[in-house]
Design a protein around this ligand. Structure first.
Ligand SMILES: [Zn+2]
Length: 93
């Protein structure tokens, strides 16, 4: 039961699930950032900031590039503190 039928005429980039997706400017570009509440975090993810697992039920965030066309396909799940610490780790900062 694959998803072979695509409704090309109705592309919905963001589902209205109640979360607010913000655009943040960072030294490496603009990023979409969407907070994920613990109640909807049903899967475990690997945080690219600390290489630790984000356990199900943990509030965290999803970030993806806003300034590249394919950024939407490269979403990363981050611990919220790891995302915030990201800028502070930049070289020369
Ligand atoms: Zn982390």
């Amino acid at each position: 039961m694959g998803r072979k039928h695509r409704r090309a005429a109705e592309a919905v980039p963001l589902r209205p699930i109640g979360a607010v997706t913000a655009v943040q400017s960072h030294p490496d570009g603009d990023w979409h950032v969407r907070p994920i509440s613990g109640s909807v975090a049903a899967k475990a993810y690997r945080c690219p900031g600390c290489q630790q697992e984000i356990r199900p039920g943990t509030a965290h965030l999803v970030a993806w590039r806003a300034d590249t066309h394919d950024g939407d396909e490269h979403r990363r799940h981050w611990h919220t503190p790891c995302w915030r610490a990201r800028d502070r780790r930049r070289p020369g900062g």
